[in-house]
Design a protein around this ligand. Structure first.
Ligand code: SAM
Length: 250
């Protein structure tokens, strides 16, 4: 494993068991709203195949599955119309947490129950054939990837023509004045919270630093176009703390 991938693997192995709790604590639950917004943009359908890369403990995969099941129920689709969701992640311990959560999922409509599969591997070299998926998602993952351009190229490769790409990621605050407040919170509070809640200051120091180093909105759009995506756009969330980038493989 390359140096950054190995470091990131160490970080997420260390935080896996406290990851879900820390997300709620650090963001005061706001990450749930951002993720719900992402699912609204996707509008998952039960007949589609989804790939959630850097899927971690499965937040996005389960939300896609739930929405697809509801859509099948609403449209009274034939029984056994099921979405396929593949979760791919570099860190086995994150996937183990996700698989445990999958066992505890409520399944209100078993006749439409989503099929989940779990793949341990890297976004930069997906062990998956070309043109397989209707939708590729990566949520709070791309900035952790050692070679993001390679990951975008891979996203394009595995999408079917007509397939859609969605990236939810921390981004650049665009509200004047708010950036200073956000910096103060990020650098002073988050590492301390990491120490208190997860007993791991260093991993959360990495988190805030990685956010500052990652491509800003326009730069990420350019990288997506370079990978081949068309109709590229982004929507800022919470003043640009996070953003959803979308594009199509046409
Ligand atoms: C912050 S978590 C995001 C988890 C989940 N998508 C969410 O939104 O809650 C980042 C995840 O990216 C994974 N990751 C980092 N580098 C990766 C790579 N090169 N390929 C695939 N997954 C990677 C980590 O193991 C970790 O589970």
């Amino acid at each position: 494993m390359e140096e950054k991938a190995s470091m990131v693997h160490g970080v997420f192995t260390s935080v896996a068991s406290s990851y879900d709790r820390m997300n709620d604590v650090m963001s005061f639950g706001v990450h749930r709203l951002w993720k719900a917004h992402l699912i609204n943009c996707i509008r998952p359908r039960a007949s589609e195949r989804f790939l959630d890369v850097a899927g971690g403990t499965g937040d996005i995969a389960f939300a896609i599955g739930r929405a697809a099941e509801q859509e099948a129920r609403r449209r009274r689709l034939p029984i056994d119309t099921r979405a396929d969701v593949t979760v791919c992640d570099l860190t086995e311990s994150m996937l183990v947490e996700g698989q445990a959560r999958a066992q505890r999922l409520d399944v209100p409509y078993p006749q439409y129950q989503t099929r989940y599969s779990w793949l341990c591997g890297t976004a930069t070299g997906l062990a998956l054939p070309d043109r397989q998926f209707d939708c590729y998602t990566i949520s709070f993952g791309l900035r952790n990837v050692d070679e993001p351009q390679k990951a975008l190229n891979e996203a394009y490769r595995v999408l079917k023509p007509g397939g859609r790409f969605f990236c939810l990621e921390f981004s650049q605050v665009v509200l004047p004045g708010f950036d200073k407040l956000y910096d103060a919170y990020s650098f002073n509070v988050i590492p301390r919270m990491g120490q208190l809640v997860a007993g791991d200051r260093e991993s959360y120091q990495y988190l805030v630093e990685s956010i500052r180093k990652f491509a800003k909105q326009d730069a990420l759009e350019d990288m997506m176009r370079q990978a081949g995506f068309e109709r590229v756009s982004h929507t800022n969330l919470s003043g640009g703390i996070a953003a959803i980038h979308t594009g199509w493989r046409l």
